[in-house]
Structures are given as structure tokens and as C-alpha cells.
Design a protein around this ligand. Structure first.
Ligand code: ATP
Ligand code: ZN
Length: 301
């Protein structure tokens, strides 16, 4: 057996973005999963106090390398970065896999053209120059569309490329679209929808795999609880079936007698979907009263 390196200290290691659009929510997710850490964002490493876990705070682009070199076993990264990294170097990064979609850091990778450029579909890009930080994803998209265009790789400030005549069009991340508008650009094609996800390197050591599974199960439970609501109401016995049918994403509600009432019962249910005002109004229209919708903090089957 080879001697244990410092890396093999039995602690699971996760890489998250040090500062940027993903960092705050990544920290918050770990905290919700019961990981309590000493917050000191300016250093590379943060130790969890109550779980054998170390948190590496790095630039998001470096997370794939931390995983393939086995410095970390897990990472939280935008799908855009993960896919781009794999496309640019499949041999090195092909073993990385996405394990959980996290629902934050949502954005899309889109092609945009100057407002005054005529555009009738992706074939209008043939022979044009497109500036992007996502050469791999853009080249892959253009190849699938059968369009030959030149790609100029830029690290940042991609949206100014058309104004400075560096490129005819751009391909960049968009969330609200305000940056495009303020730069006189029109979004034309969405080539990827992205959100943050937990990634791992396949081929993890057994002792760490068990810890990783425990952490991933907690994260999954946090996400489920966040998307779920506990709903309580009183229902007329006569419209109970209709009311049960309206409850969004609930499996088998608990139905209990109400003291002194033969015509009404209490219904409690976990709804694994958002409960909209409209749903509450529909329940009320069928005779439901005292409708209460409460958030769920933790949930484990
Ligand atoms: P770093 O210093 O870590 O390299 P960065 O500048 O590459 O940071 P951010 O701008 O913080 O990264 O974005 C990180 C990730 O956040 C993106 O890769 C993407 O997955 C996600 N994201 C969500 N919305 C947007 C958006 N409007 N623009 C850019 N990225 C977004
Ligand atoms: Zn980055």
C-alpha cells in the first residue's frame, strides 16, 4: 500500500467559487445542509466544524482542475463552465460528471447581434466574426447548425466587441438581458441554458465516497424542502376528492376528523410544488377554509 499523503486525511473536499455570482449561494447551500464553517472568504481553505469537510475557495474556472487532480472530490460550478471545459479538453476533463442541479446561477449562453445588423436566422452568421469567452460551446453549436463563422476568443467585456469592430456579433452569458440592451445588441439564439450544479470526479476513494454520498443526500433534501410547502386546511367532506386533486404535487394527504363537525375534515399535505394564490383561491371556491401554507425547513424520507 502506498503511504497516505496529506491529501488522504479522510476529509472530503469541495471547491466553490471564492467571490462572484455563485459564491454566496454556494456557502448558503452548505450551511443549509448543516455544515457550519468559519467564514473567512479571503483564504483558500475553510474547515467545517461539524462535518469532515474542507472547502476550497477558488476561481470558478479552476474548479475542474481541482477535481481532476484529486485535490477536491466535489465542486459547485455553472453548467456553462463545466461543459466548456469538457469540450475544450475532453481527455483531461471527460471524467467529470454533474450530480445535482442546484437551481441558482441561472443564465443562458446566447448569440446577440447589433440592433442594426440584419438577421434572418443562424445562417446570417455565415462568414461573420463572433466574439466569445465560450469558444468550445460556440464552435460546437455552429458545427451542429452547419454554419461557418470565425470565432474571436475574449476573456471579458465581450459585449463591446461589435462597437470596437473586433467582431460582428457576440456569444455571451445573459440573465436579464439588460447588458445586451445597453450595448445596442439583440439576443438572437440561445445556445445553452445553464444553472449551478454539483460536480464530481468519477472514481472517488471508498471512504470519501461515503462522506460524499452523505453530503449529497443532505443537499438533495435541502433542495426538496426549499421547493416544498406544507399545506393545512379544513375541507367539506363533500368536496374532499376535488380538494385533494387540486393540491399541487402532493401524494397522499392526511385527512383527520374535526371535533364536533361531521361535515368538515382537516387535510394536511406536503406539496412538492409552489402553492400559488390561484391554487388557494381554487381551494376556497370548493369550500376549503383556514388554508395555511407554511415553508418546510428539513425533509428526509
Ligand atoms: P471568477 O473570478 O471566479 O473566475 P467569473 O467572473 O468567471 O468569476 P461570475 O461572473 O461570478 O464568474 O459568474 C460565475 C457563474 O455565474 C457563471 O459562469 C454562470 O454560470 C453564472 N451566471 C449567472 N448569471 C450570470 C450572468 N448574468 N452573467 C454571467 N454569469 C452568470
Ligand atoms: Zn471565471
Amino acid at each position: 500500500m502506498t503511504p497516505k499523503s496529506r491529501r488522504d486525511d479522510g476529509r472530503l473536499k469541495i471547491a466553490i467559487q471564492k467571490s462572484g455570482r455563485l459564491s454566496e449561494k454556494s456557502f448558503a447551500l452548505l450551511e443549509k445542509a448543516g455544515i457550519s464553517l468559519l467564514k473567512s472568504k479571503d483564504q483558500l481553505l475553510c474547515r467545517a466544524r461539524n462535518f469532515p469537510l474542507d472547502i476550497f475557495l477558488v476561481r470558478d474556472d479552476d474548479i475542474p482542475a481541482f477535481l481532476v487532480n484529486d485535490v477536491c472530490q466535489l465542486g459547485i460550478l455553472g453548467q456553462n463552465t463545466m461543459l466548456e471545459t469538457k469540450l475544450l479538453d475532453p481527455q483531461t476533463f471527460g471524467g467529470l460528471e454533474q450530480v445535482i442541479e442546484l437551481g441558482f446561477g441561472r443564465c443562458r449562453l446566447s448569440i446577440a447581434t447589433p440592433n442594426d445588423m440584419s438577421y434572418d436566422g443562424v445562417e446570417s452568421l455565415a462568414g461573420k466574426t463572433i466574439a466569445t469567452s465560450y469558444r468550445g460551446l460556440l464552435a460546437d453549436y455552429l458545427a451542429r447548425q452547419g454554419v461557418a463563422a470565425d470565432i474571436v476568443t475574449m476573456e471579458g467585456a465581450v459585449e463591446v466587441a461589435p462597437r470596437t469592430h473586433l467582431a460582428d456579433a457576440i456569444c455571451d452569458l445573459v440573465s436579464t438581458g439588460n447588458t445586451l440592451i445597453s450595448n445596442g445588441l439583440t439576443e438572437q439564439e440561445c445556445i445553452l441554458e445553464s444553472q449551478a450544479s454539483v460536480i464530481q470526479n468519477n472514481g472517488m476513494q471508498d471512504d470519501l465516497r461515503a462522506l460524499s454520498e452523505k453530503l449529497l443526500a443532505r443537499i438533495t433534501a435541502v433542495l426538496r424542502a426549499e421547493n416544498s410547502r406544507y399545506i393545512m386546511l379544513n375541507s367539506p367532506v363533500d368536496s374532499l376528492d376535488e380538494i385533494k386533486a387540486i393540491l399541487p404535487g402532493s401524494q397522499s394527504p392526511t385527512v383527520m376528523p374535526l371535533q364536533g363537525r361531521d361535515d368538515m375534515v382537516a387535510v394536511h399535505a406536503v406539496c412538492e410544488e409552489e402553492v400559488f394564490w390561484q391554487t388557494m383561491e381554487d381551494l376556497k371556491a370548493r369550500g376549503a377554509t383556514s388554508i395555511l401554507v407554511v415553508p418546510i425547513e428539513k425533509m428526509l424520507d
